[in-house]
Write a protein of this length. Structure first.
Lengths: 421, 421
């Protein structure tokens, strides 16, 4: 069975000039992928009638579905709506009563007068169906084309550009697609690794990857902060069957990955630490020098982290290392501020200060500095816990911001390995 | 003079299936806009040879410049490179010695073996020029076409997909464009504000904005974390003349903005605090509860922050607030953990602990919780310094992550206003 395909188009100068990053397309593609529709292209078009018509026509020729967002709004909807009317050979506009009510409701709730310019947003080409946008004033328009126009049946969905409204309408759009297309099943599974480079990972799992059946595809998505994410995709066939077969393949992959593997869902290192600690009564704390609060920040972005995260000290100056964390001045003097001994003393200090089960500490040179002991880009990570205190050195060659992020990721992973031991 | 135009293409399934959001295109468009090149389209293409060739050919036909990112990497570069070789009628591959050295340097620094799969990244079609990618292993390839191929001279730049590497190479790409095209002059000036909404700001400066000459354009770029950024753009004319005229307009705008204005360059709130403190001998510290280290993290991303940032305590548990920061248990009991009194006590506590000139503290409810004193989304910010201790309440309606970021921005701005007084 041929796979149903889609193209996602954003309309609007604000994306083209780089003023805003397009996040709608990614969310729409995920929603389509989940029901077995493959996105073949994403396109951003200027607010220009001729560009909109020619681009949408081209996308409809080569895809079953086109989802476009943007180009609608009280001050600029005319261009896009006009282009859609022209493309669909509409004979005029009609006012949609359901959307008109929503406009009244929304503006009254904000204490605003309902102007004629607002009500005109409920006017749509008579060639379309409407899905009411409950969260905003511009309706979702659905244009259906039989195979006489593009050589195959095609549907165009026009959604508002505001992400909150576009994503709010997405459920109705997905339902409409499911009602009008016979879809292939699809299965994706994400495998998160940390501590191994893409090329080495590829070598490590080559025998397994080479033996994958033809309908399974593996993608490598490297990210210096979360590690290499692997994604196994299976298209077509019976839904339960492909899921069962994919899961069997992942079972076989797990032992090859060993402790590089940290999650079989789309989780982060800090989320994984949360998973290890939550419900166990165990707690953690951190002492940060060069990472300056980034580790504590990442830990506390996880909902429910207050259950196991007690607190953290960012000791940027040597005085705070001594006075708050109790690091011995001689240790700093003898081994250098960036050293195994100081990282371990910081970890032990904050663990004692907060009474946590585990602690993690960092001391390093994030940028151009460095000293006679260690060069720039070096971090020493200390971890302390019931099995004693350990430390490890990492070195990176980024700029200040990048190094801080990598130091934090390395520290989180070192802590994860200690806890999971 | 006809304006030079560009199309920006991203290559890779990870964007098409919605696994990652494309941030490169936006950054590239901004950089092109800054030198007077207008982006007419953005396109995302699958990792498929035929799609890559047909899409790039189409974009080159209608634009002077095509910048593509992605589709390069040790495990998958063959498809994109092969497509580019075909498109540019290359007769074979050559190994680029400069990029080869970078590969050796980067992998050795990470303690990794240099595999053949790594070195092959330095192989490029003989039809291209190379801009060395100093931050990663895949080189930037430049393909120049005379007007015989697409009816006009055209250039295709192929950049790696990793944002850090793509943006790192962007400066060299921009220089290459400036050397090969005669561009219209253009002048942009950024004005950073915080603490005023876009619509209110628009009303405040309406008389000034309405009186702007026809060749000047003002854009509003609202961002909940850095405030509303204004960008004044002037296109065409003599470069020195447009700069002088734009600067005169900004001089007139400054008094209207008052203390909302925090920077006339593309600076952040934390960068502005650094500017206020550096070289004065004054220092700062923070005590964070709900922001969990985010403020310290932002402060320490500023190069040179170790000169004025002494340290920080993240006191996530009430015990750490008491034992480390010396907040009185009765204060917490009587006023609630999220209160003016606790915020001020935390600020005073960390200022005493570190001996800093200034301190800033946060206590709030970042997500679904809240108590009988304050609802979810509330933060109390305390600031302490030579002129005493003050506090202020802010309330937001975001999710956990968003609220944490807004709390941190509000706290930084409150500190900025105190220091600048």
């Amino acid at each position: 069975m041929k796979q149903t395909t889609a193209s996602i188009c954003t309309i609007g100068d604000e994306i083209l000039i780089g003023q805003i990053v397009d996040t709608n397309s990614s969310a729409i593609s995920q929603a389509l992928g989940a029901i077995g529709v493959r996105t073949t292209r994403m396109v951003s078009i200027a607010d220009k009638r001729s560009d909109i018509i020619s681009s949408l026509r081209k996308e409809l020729k080569t895809n079953d579905i086109v989802v476009c967002t943007g180009g609608l709004g009280p001050t600029k909807d005319d261009i896009t709506k006009d282009a859609l009317a022209k493309l669909s050979a509409s004979t005029g506009y009609v006012r949609h009563k359901g959307q008109e009510s929503v406009i009244h409701r929304i503006l009254s709730a904000r204490g605003l007068d309902v102007l004629d310019i607002n009500l005109r947003q409920a006017d749509v080409p008579d060639s379309c169906e409407v899905i009411i946008n409950k969260l905003g004033t511009a309706p979702v328009m659905v244009f259906r084309f039989d195979d006489s126009k593009f050589g195959h049946p095609a549907v165009l969905y026009s959604l508002p550009g505001v992400p909150y409204e576009a994503l709010g309408a997405l459920g109705d759009v997905v339902d409409d697609i499911k009602n009008h297309f016979i879809l292939n099943s699809i299965y994706h599974k994400t495998i998160m690794t940390y501590g191994i480079a893409e090329s080495a990972l590829s070598e490590l799992i080559a025998p397994w990857e080479d033996a994958l059946p033809a309908d399974m595809h593996l993608a490598y998505l490297p990210n210096p902060l979360t590690g290499v994410r692997l994604r196994l995709s299976v298209y077509g066939g019976d839904a339960e069957d492909i899921q069962r077969r994919a899961e069997a393949q992942i079972k076989a992959l797990e032992p090859l990955l060993g402790s590089y593997l940290y999650s079989l869902s789309d989780d982060t290192l800090e989320g994984t630490i949360g998973r290890l600690l939550r419900g166990t009564g165990q707690t953690m704390s951190c002492a940060e020098s060069c990472t300056g609060g980034e580790i504590a920040h990442l830990i506390t972005t996880v909902p429910g982290s207050s259950e196991y995260f007690l607190g953290s000290v960012t000791s940027y100056s040597p005085e705070v290392k001594k006075s708050v964390l109790g690091v011995d001045g001689n240790t700093i003097e003898n081994y250098g501020i960036v050293s195994s001994a100081v990282a371990e003393a910081m970890a032990e200090g904050v663990r004692k200060l907060t009474g946590s089960t585990y602690s993690v500490a960092t001391t390093g040179w994030a940028d151009a500095y460095g000293d006679e002991h260690e060069p720039a880009g070096t971090v020493w990570v200390g971890v302390s816990g019931p099995r004693g205190t350990v430390s490890k050195r990492f070195n990176y060659k980024g700029d200040r911001k990048r190094n801080i992020e990598r130091f934090a990721a390395s520290a989180l992973n070192f802590l994860r390995l200690y806890i999971a031991q």
